[in-house]
Ligand binder design. Sequence first.
Ligand SMILES: Cc1ncc(COP(=O)(O)O)c(C=O)c1O
Length: 295
Amino acid sequence: MPTAIDLFAKTRGHERAEQLRAAREQDVLPYFRALEGPAGPVVTMEGAERVMLGSNNYLGLTGDPRVKEAARGALDTYGTALTGSRLLNGTIPPHLELEREIAEWMGTEQALVFTTGYQANVGALSTLLAPEDTVVVDSGDHASILDGVAMSRARVRPFRHNRLDKLESMLERSVTDGGGVLVVVDGVFSMEGDICDVASVSELCERHGARLMVDEAHGAGVLGARGAGACELFGVEDRVDLRMGTFSKSLASCGGFIAGPAEVIDFMRIQARSFLFTAAERQRRGLADALASKG
Ligand SMILES: Cc1ncc(COP(=O)(O)O)c(C=O)c1O
């Protein structure tokens, strides 16, 4: 007998779908508006000039002539796509050079470049954490962190956003959970815009024997003397085990990275499914030059 449930039924009359339809009808939908032209403080949207307050182009590098020239060079040398994963035919010299530059920038042994930052978080967390482990997350952590955590099936202990007292009590409980413990925070929280006190977080992690991963998506390029993010700003780069970053904000491109100890990065290189089973993105060289150009 065929099933009586239509899988697509949930897409009809869904609250958000209704809101989308109503907003479209009134032409007041604020989302998916097409921008015609480059990113900048003022953009052209559907034929009109608009002040852009939602962009992550923090350093304005998307229009930097050197960045554009490097992208053109990559296009000329490698074509429009790599058509394969990093594992097989998708690794090119700029990836390797970029990984060396990132490791140097973040002060870690190694770094691994992913096609997006989302995939970097999902890949790192779903690979490192196992069901017997515990992961302690700030309730404001980015969706890619929460998705990676969900995929790992590790025990999740969330704490209220930026509340160190709550983090401490979660850590106290975690130590008796029976597995390894990882704390994951955003250096700069993407929705709230506030900065995590990574110095205190790292101290709490050390006290409880937990590993610490910091998502530097919004801090990289912006915080710290070398623009290496919140960990640099707080002077705790050597006390943070793993650092994640993206190229889609200050760095004017697309892609993401995880930086950390060689043994962990090599483990991800051969285990992270979001790294292995997706096509590589052409990365350009000259990260250091691009950042240096901004002082
Ligand atoms: C805190 C944070 N982490 C990760 C990501 C994912 O980065 P990407 O845009 O490269 O996929 C974002 C971007 O939205 C972010 O804000």
